[in-house]
Design a protein around this ligand. Structure first.
Ligand code: CS2
Length: 500
């Protein structure tokens, strides 16, 4: 590095051969890497997951699989990853252990926040054979309880009226496929990497429902020329903070505005259903399978279920991070019993995995103090998460006449979290959730009466399917936990559930 200058240099191709030995650099010649796939939603998770797997693969079997990273929502990429030619530092952290590596698989970034044009140019290009995406649960514009396209969603209403200038993910993908059909006609694999059950099915449903409304044979063309495999993705990679950026500068002597931080564990299980060529991620630790469902249930109900539970109950207990919540003796006892006694029996056999061992491993992962995963971050968009993480296992248990006293507590936790963000409860914390307004309206109209609050929230049928909402045992468990969670001693709900 330039010893004469005082300010540290910014990461970029010119710096690669001057980095400290502790920072691993890409094991292939990036200058010859051509783009073959696009990714929508370049956040911390993508940089710690799909981009790292791809980087591993390029070092092992070099091919035309450079990634074009596209953001259609904030933040913009040009000033961070763009300035660094797509290079960034991926830190793996576990308690005091740190491992740093430069990832080189993102060859180009595209900002398409102002209009879909730049995204459509990439997605419709003949060079792009695959599009992966992490657009968050709400990006699919589906109804959480049914998986159908939400035709009342303002972005869908807009896109159906303006199909050439879409702003929703389904609208943009449908338009990209339409452009592909009109130009070169090449097939496309669309691989969702979001944490929603049957994510490929949901993606296919929303894109095809949108295309059907467009007419003109587009839905039929998509059925014949596109594939929507489902996938289970896993690695805890919280939002990056200024502290992370400063740490890289302090430890390694260069500046990087696109650092990503993750835990050591990673997993990727992909349904083998492709429209054409895809990268051989199976050579570098991913698993290609015929059915991802058992893997999905395991991950969403155990790891994500625990995270959502610790997040909302953690906030109610005044705790900042997952690792703080799991260090609390009461919450730690609760989470283990909930997973072992109520969640585990709902899981189907998972090929090659032992669900009991997975529970223990997950609890260990959540204790990692170097991963500063804020409870409020995990509680964000809870309405889009609780169906797969909590309500589906509850429904499975009720069907078999089993107890649901523990799993109902975090459901009430989610309600209490949103209720207390309302004016009526003094806006205890800011929240971000598509249903925050609806719950606040209910709270403002209802006041502190837990049975009335629970009843009104359970009536939101896009989250709670009516059969579940009508179940007496579930209603009673949620209502009683909610009453306690809204009291001056919120953890009484947790203590009492453990006494049952
Ligand atoms: C978290 C997930 O914020 C959240 O919803 O539960 O991002 C979680 O960390 C990942 O699914 C782990 O793979």
């Amino acid at each position: 590095m330039n010893a004469a200058s005082t300010a540290p240099e910014t990461l970029g191709p010119a710096l690669l051969d001057q980095l400290p030995a502790a920072v691993r650099t890409p094991g292939y010649d990036r200058t010859t890497l051509a783009p073959g796939m696009a990714h929508l939603g370049v956040g911390a998770f993508h940089r710690c997951h799909q981009a790292e797997y791809t980087d591993d693969l390029l070092a092992r079997q070099f091919d035309r699989w450079g990634i074009v990273g596209i953001n259609i929502r904030p933040p913009t990429l040009a000033d961070t990853l763009g300035r660094q030619s797509g290079l960034y530092t991926r830190l793996i952290r576990e308690n005091s252990h740190i491992e740093a590596r430069i990832i080189g698989s993102i060859v180009k970034v595209v900002d398409s926040q102002a209009s879909a044009g730049p995204a459509l140019t990439v997605l419709s290009s003949r060079d792009i054979e695959l599009v992966t995406m992490t657009v968050t649960e709400k990006g699919y514009c589906h109804i959480p309880s049914s998986g159908a396209l939400d035709l009342g969603h303002p972005d869908i209403v807009h896109d159906l009226a303006n199909p050439h200038a879409p702003r929703s993910v389904p609208g943009i993908l449908a338009r990209a496929l339409e452009l592909r059909r009109a130009t070169h006609g090449r097939p496309l694999t669309l691989l969702s990497c979001d944490n929603i059950p049957a994510n490929g099915v949901i993606l296919e449903t929303v894109v095809r429902s949108f295309a059907e409304r467009r007419g003109n044979g587009l839905a039929e063309w998509i059925a014949a020329n596109a594939a929507f495999p489902s996938a289970m993705v896993d690695r805890i990679a919280p939002a990056v903070t200024q502290h992370d950026l400063d740490s890289v500068e302090q430890w390694f002597g260069y500046r990087d505005a696109a650092v990503a931080v993750g835990e050591p564990f990673r997993q990727w299980v992909i349904e083998q259903k492709f429209a054409g060529r895809v990268p051989r991620w199976d050579l570098v630790g991913a698993t290609f399978v015929d059915d991802v469902t058992p893997f999905e249930h395991l991950k969403m109900r155990v790891l994500n279920g625990a995270q959502t539970t610790l997040a909302t109950l953690g906030v109610l207990a005044g705790l900042e991070h997952t690792s703080d919540a799991i260090a609390d003796p009461l919450l730690s006892a609760f989470i283990r019993r909930m997973l072992v006694e109520e969640t585990l029996p709902t899981l189907m056999p998972v090929p090659g995995m032992d669900p009991s061992a997975y529970v223990e491993q997950s609890l260990g992962r959540l204790k990692n103090t170097a991963i500063r995963h804020r409870n409020h971050q995990i509680a964000t968009d809870g309405s889009q998460k609780i169906v797969q993480r909590l309500l589906n296992p509850i429904r499975d248990r009720l069907r078999l006449g089993q107890t649901i006293g523990l799993l109902s507590v975090p459901v009430a936790g989610w309600m209490a979290y949103l209720i207390q963000a309302s004016d009526r409860f003094g806006k205890r914390w800011p929240v971000s959730d598509p249903y925050a307004g609806k719950v606040a309206e209910i709270a403002d109209a209802t006041g502190r009466d837990a049975p009335a609050l629970a009843s009104a929230i359970l009536a939101i049928d896009t989250i709670f399917d009516p059969g579940l909402a009508a179940n007496a045992a579930f209603r009673a468990a949620v209502t009683s936990a909610l009453g306690e969670l809204l009291s001056d001693d919120p953890m009484a709900a947790v203590r009492h559930s453990l006494e049952q």
